[in-house]
Design a protein around this ligand. Structure first.
Ligand SMILES: Nc1ncnc2c1ncn2[C@@H]1O[C@H](COP(=O)(O)OP(=O)(O)O)[C@@H](O)[C@H]1O
Ligand SMILES: [Mg+2]
Length: 314
């Protein structure tokens, strides 16, 4: 029995030099991920998520710092790391003109699996990722969601203990995204696979991950459960409506921000504060109470909204 975390990183740093300008992509990343965790790595485009993953998966060497992944040092034994992990890169998609099943068998051969073992594993994955009906189809003709599921199957052919996924749902429609996440969470439940996934979709991190790491400008700025992040860093949002902007201003609510005919404020216990406000403030015509979101957390941490970054390219 080992209690060593499946990922440990200390001071992991990557700088790129582009035309003599130094880009600090990742600065001093410290990280411990335990076996079986589902961790979401959240941050706007350019935050350093992919670079972190590329270091942890041995695709690029760190400028400084160390990491051990599945018991192997990324610098001293990259092959040992690679044999034990699955990595599904950002936007990478099986683009070959092979059939779906053959693509899986080739990938198994790449990992040195005996053909029979690869074949039975391929059937299992085709089944569990809802690809069985597509097994004889050419990869090129698959939809975005089907290709992404195939990517996952390819990352899992050698039964890795740890799966890295880089923005797996980018470019998918909401239904394919939901479907993909179902497969990811099933995987974890059925096989105990540790999953480390980057995303810039707040709702995904919130809904599926039990632990959320937030990165911004190459630095990790938060690491906790979504619930804890929301309760400690953000707060309940109360919005009160008034008949006019004049009424909204006249209410003079401490800590309230007037926006047109509404006043918005953030409090710790909205369920207690709201009834009190309604009783004591004149002219309230409507009231809403909203639980904090991870976007409120990001806003509290950085002063910016993560949503503003959505859609901006990396
Ligand atoms: N190969 C590279 N050469 C130069 N700069 C890079 C390279 N890869 C990433 N960067 C820069 O490092 C920063 C982090 O990028 P990245 O890790 O891709 O962020 P994310 O995945 O969070 O969008 C960005 O400023 C990006 O432009
Ligand atoms: Mg990226």
């Amino acid at each position: 029995m080992t209690t060593e975390p499946i990922i440990t990183a200390r001071g992991l740093t990557k700088t790129f030099t582009v035309r003599k300008a130094v880009v600090e992509a990742v600065t001093d990343l410290d990280l411990d991920v335990q076996r079986g965790e589902l961790v979401a790595f959240l941050g706007p485009n350019g935050a350093g998520k992919s670079t972190s993953l590329r270091m942890l998966t041995t695709l690029i060497p760190p400028t400084s710092g160390t990491a051990r992944v599945v018991g192997h040092d990324i610098a001293a034994d990259p092959a040992g790391v690679r044999a034990r992990i699955g990595y599904i890169g950002q936007g990478t998609s099986a683009g070959h003109n092979q059939r779906v099943r053959d693509e899986l068998l080739s990938q198994g051969a790449f990992y040195g699996m005996p053909r029979r073992a690869a074949a039975s594993r391929a059937e299992e994955l085709l089944e569990s990722l809802d690809l069985a009906a597509l097994a004889d189809r050419k990869v090129q003709g698959l939809s975005g969601g089907q290709k992404r599921r195939l990517d996952i199957a390819l990352g899992l052919i050698h039964s890795p203990e740890l799966l890295f996924l880089d923005e797996p749902s980018t470019g998918l429609d909401p239904q394919s995204r939901a479907n993909l996440w179902k497969h990811i969470t099933d995987l974890r439940r059925e096989h105990g696979t540790t999953i480390f996934v980057t995303t810039h979709f707040l709702e995904e991190a919130d809904q599926f991950a039990e632990r959320v790491l937030v990165m911004d400008h190459g630095r990790m700025i938060a690491d906790d459960t979504a619930v804890n992040l929301k309760t400690t860093l953000a707060g309940d949002v109360i919005t009160l409506g008034f008949a006019s902007e004049q009424d909204a201003r006249a209410a003079r609510i401490p800590e309230g921000t007037v926006d047109g005919t509404t006043v918005r404020l953030t409090v710790d216990r909205g369920d207690l504060v709201l009834p009190n406000l309604i009783r004591t403030v004149d002219g309230v015509t409507s009231a809403t109470l909203r639980q904090p979101t991870l976007d409120d957390v990001f806003l509290a941490l950085t002063g910016r909204s993560l949503r503003e970054n959505e859609g901006v390219n990396a």
